[in-house]
Design a binder for this molecule. Structure first.
Ligand SMILES: NC(=O)c1ccc[n+]([C@@H]2O[C@H](COP(=O)([O-])OP(=O)(O)OC[C@H]3O[C@@H](n4cnc5c(N)ncnc54)[C@H](O)[C@@H]3O)[C@@H](O)[C@H]2O)c1
Length: 186
């Protein structure tokens, strides 16, 4: 399996190296270009017993590589490792017979779902004529959404904010019925 791991810190580097050692083809992506350059030179940013040898072995076997380039790494990966409850939620919606239109600027859809859902080119297109909009990511750029445009795009102007990305008062003039987690605001 081709796997992309985002972040080469303690969690990402150890997981990436371990997955490569299991035989997967792993690309570790990091926004820190200096860290990636050091990894290319065989220098590890952290110490874990045995990790240096694990990394060296799998880089040598061409199962483990490091990059700052999302564009080429993510589309070719079978597993994007960013925690994504959205995938579980989409599967539940599909089981119930819903049509799902999804937008995420970073995550790739797992191969198993790619033919079952429609990928939209932006959040507004994803909401077009939908019965509700569900936000299941906390990417900063979603905070910048024009909520009035989201309300206009939807057939039913309902927003479920599963990451509590917005404050209820930000949403109140948008025309959306707003639901979030653990907060009462209707
Ligand atoms: N270390 C642990 O024991 C532990 C345990 C549970 C949860 N976590 C969580 O796991 C995550 C990673 O922890 P860590 O200890 O590996 O952190 P870390 O700081 O060692 O590494 C994070 C890496 O991610 C990179 N990064 C940040 N934003 C990025 C982006 N948008 N794209 C690509 N790379 C990006 C950073 O440059 C850094 O190299 C954190 O959210 C942490 O809270 C860590």
């Amino acid at each position: 399996m081709k796997i992309a791991v985002i972040g080469t810190g303690y969690v990402g580097l150890v997981s990436g190296a371990a997955l490569a050692d299991l035989g997967h083809s792993v690309t570790c992506i990091d926004i820190d270009s200096e860290k990636i350059a050091r990894l290319h030179d065989g220098e590890l940013p952290i110490f874990e017993p045995g990790l240096e040898e694990l990394v060296r072995r799998n880089v040598h076997a061409q199962r483990l590589s490091f990059t700052t380039d999302y564009a080429t790494s993510i589309p070719s990966a079978d597993v994007d490792t960013r925690e994504s409850p959205a995938i579980d939620i989409i599967e539940r919606f599909l089981e119930k017979g819903a049509s799902v239109s999804a937008y995420d600027p970073r995550a790739e859809v797992p191969t198993s779902l790619s033919s079952a859902i429609r990928r939209a080119e932006d959040a507004y297109t994803a909401c077009q004529n939908a019965d509700l909009c569900l936000i299941a990511t906390d990417l900063e750029e979603f905070r910048m959404l024009d909520l009035s445009n989201i309300a206009r795009a939807l057939r039913n102007p309902i927003l479920f904010d599963a990451r509590n990305l917005f404050q209820p008062e930000q949403v109140q003039d948008s025309g959306l019925r707003y639901f979030s987690l653990g907060r009462s605001h209707e």
